[in-house]
Design a protein around this ligand. Structure first.
Ligand code: PXG
Length: 290
């Protein structure tokens, strides 16, 4: 039986419920993280916790637990569910208030939820053959409106882009920022390889500071690959030698076609395959053991 953590207690899935007055539901007012566990090793747990608290700080949401308490809560949820490989969804909402926007009404009611589940893996075919993605007309949120670096519960911007892509028969959407520069995909960061060097858009272009993104940049640097967090347009993407996406759920997934343009040789590239291998090795040996 799946056990879900809500504010320090475990509930069966059927009984894991929160108020309909929770501002997480009413307004998407809250923050979240998605974390992976590989064979009892929680991958980059501290990095995810840090990002959760940074997102909360930015929206002036007080998480009732200290980081150490949050880490303990995550581990105890994993133990309760006896999972060795898992996907963790960590959420803190503003909590129960009234029908008005004012978050002051929710003070002291912040709600922390931890769901651990089996991982829903992407089809193996996509890793072997690579993905075919399309640019959508929904632009990434402007940072002065709702900064894409805040991993908030308000994901409509990404969902609208995902709907556009699936309506066109594509698995994933490429999102540009409101100046037309490449930002990221709906739940993954984007990278290109050109002349054996690695490029990804800087966060200020509308990209989340992805934990997998940081990991891949580190792996590339230790493999003596030059890395650049650099602004680029769709043209640079179209003429890249290789392209791939990174995310906790997807890990590293090759992209072989963008807007109908074949990338490189139309197959997952050498650098991509090498980084995929190194990433898998890292997930096997590094993490918080429980
Ligand atoms: N960009 C966005 C907008 C994300 O939500 C990433 C990049 C990758 O970040 P990490 O830290 O995971 O390397 C994310 C995180 C989904 C889904 O169902 C994806 C995320 C979160 C929640 C759901 O695809 N990705």
């Amino acid at each position: 039986m799946m056990k879900i953590y809500i504010n320090g207690k475990f509930y069966d899935k059927e009984n894991a419920k929160i108020s309909v007055f929770d501002h997480g539901l009413l307004y998407g007012d809250g923050v979240f993280e998605g974390i992976r566990v590989y064979n009892r090793l929680v991958f980059k747990l501290n990095e995810h916790i840090d990002r959760l608290y940074e997102s909360a700080h930015s929206i002036m949401l007080k998480i009732p637990l200290s980081k150490e308490q949050m880490i303990k809560a995550v581990i105890s949820t994993l133990k309760e569910n006896k999972l060795t490989d898992a996907y963790i969804r960590l959420i803190t909402t503003r909590g129960e208030g009234d029908l008005g926007l004012d978050p002051r009404k929710c003070a002291g009611k912040e709600t922390t939820i931890i769901i651990t589940d089996k991982i829903a893996l992407y089809p193996q075919r996509l890793y072997k053959e690579g993905m075919n993605i399309i640019t959508v007309s929904t632009t990434r949120n402007a940072h002065e409106a709702l900064n894409p670096q805040i991993k908030s519960l308000n994901y409509l911007n990404n969902i609208m882009a995902k709907i556009e892509a699936t309506n066109c028969g594509y698995e994933e959407a490429l999102m540009l920022n409101d100046s037309g520069y490449v930002a990221e995909c709906t739940g993954d960061n984007i990278f290109i390889v050109k002349n054996n060097e690695l490029y990804t858009p800087p966060e200020c272009m509308g990209a989340l500071s992805g934990v997998t993104r940081e990991t891949v940049l580190g792996l590339a640097r230790s493999g003596k690959i030059q890395t650049h967090e650099h602004v680029f347009t769709r043209h640079e993407l179209y003429v890249a030698d290789e392209c791939f996406l990174t995310g906790t759920a997807a890990e590293i997934i090759p992209v072989v076609k963008v807007d109908g343009r074949v990338i490189g040789h139309g197959k997952p590239g050498r650098t991509t395959l090498d980084l995929m291998k190194k990433f898998r090795e890292l997930t096997r040996r590094e993490g918080v053991k429980y």
